[in-house]
Design a binder for this molecule. Structure first.
Ligand code: CP
Length: 325
């Protein structure tokens, strides 16, 4: 594997899930596979879980790790071509990428959507510049439109906790005071569509996810109807993906004060089939979810975060294997 953005990049999901189980039982099993290999993790945006879990995964495989926070200690980087660099950005990504690639074997990228130019974000411009100009395998640690390490960890968590062969999984929009990217819901939808689950998406009208990710998933605009009989509830805010109205891309369509009935609370959870609550974290309590739901024994937010180490170990191992081919 030379690039990791989408569920298809992992091949057969059942094989990947079996590998995740194997690694979880013995996370240092492949400690020799990364000897003398260096992972460079490049962060254009903040992170807690991705930063720690991906470093831990690399260590599980015996790799060396370098972490670069582009906005703290490095030169500010220009990412667009054809601009006159007379502002505060001292270096262009097109020089910085080949320089970074001199010091590593694999590169992880965290670079969020700008949420102003849909075409630029959905082309994954920054990620593909790394692929093109580094000459090294590259993997997404949440890019403009996807967060596959999170979605893989979410799927591992569902597999571990499901009580039915084909559980009902509901992805629900929830309110937030700031405009957030669509990366997490996009990837969650993509991975759930590839998994053996009954998948339903619920959100207010106007927040339709890009069909590339939503696929044929059922969309139910009535949140209470969507929650009926659910086995897993996955909450997340996202800004307008601009599918039905491109001019609204990246916008919040209604004041969050008027949307607090979408906050996941005991009212909605009561009509599920004792559903497990999920969220990628960080989460704003009182906005996305009520304290009582996230603190309940049915909450899976910590196991999900723990599984980030496992998903990253599988992905890094696959990349290392690809380097031997
Ligand atoms: N879920 C997730 O990616 O968390 P961080 O933003 O803290 O890495």
């Amino acid at each position: 594997m030379k690039s990791f953005l989408h569920v298809q990049d992992l091949g057969d999901l059942r094989v990947a899930l079996a590998e995740a189980k194997e690694i979880k039982n013995d996370r240092f099993r492949y400690v020799e596979s990364g000897r003398n290999k260096t992972a460079l993790l490049v962060f254009f945006n903040n992170s807690l879980r991705t930063r720690l879990s991906t470093q831990k995964a690399a260590l599980n495989l015996g790799m060396n790790v370098i972490v670069l926070d582009v906005n703290a200690g490095a030169w500010k980087l220009e990412t667009e071509r054809g601009v006159i660099m007379d502002g505060d950005k001292s270096e262009h990504l097109l020089e910085a990428i080949p320089v970074m690639s001199c010091y590593c074997d694999i590169i992880g990228i965290r670079s969020f959507a700008g949420l102003t130019d849909r075409e630029y974000d959905y082309a994954e411009t920054v990620y593909h510049q790394f692929v093109r100009y580094s000459g090294k395998p590259v993997f997404a640690m949440e890019t403009a439109t996807v967060h596959p390490l999170q979605a893989f960890a979410d799927l591992i968590t569902i597999e571990e906790h499901k009580q039915k062969a084909r559980p009902k999984v509901v992805l629900t929009w929830a309110p937030h005071p700031r405009a957030l990217p669509q990366a997490v819901p996009n990837s969650f939808a993509e991975w759930m569509n590839a998994a053996d689950v009954d998948f339903v998406i619920t959100h207010p009208e106007g927040y339709e996810l890009d069909p590339l990710f939503a696929g044929d998933a059922r969309v139910e605009y009535d949140q209470m109807k969507a929650f009926e009989g659910a086995d897993f509830v996955y909450a997340k805010n996202w800004s307008c993906p601009g599918v039905t109205r491109p001019a609204d891309y990246g916008k919040i369509l209604a004041d969050y004060h008027d949307m607090l009935h979408w906050t996941v609370s005991d009212r909605q959870m009561a009509i599920t089939d004792n559903a497990r609550f999920m969220h990628c974290l960080p989460v704003r309590r009182g906005m996305i979810v009520a304290d009582s739901v996230i603190e309940a024994p049915t909450s899976l937010v910590i196991p999900e975060a723990a599984n980030r180490e496992i998903s990253a170990t599988v992905v890094l191992r696959r990349i290392l294997q690809g380097m031997q081919e």
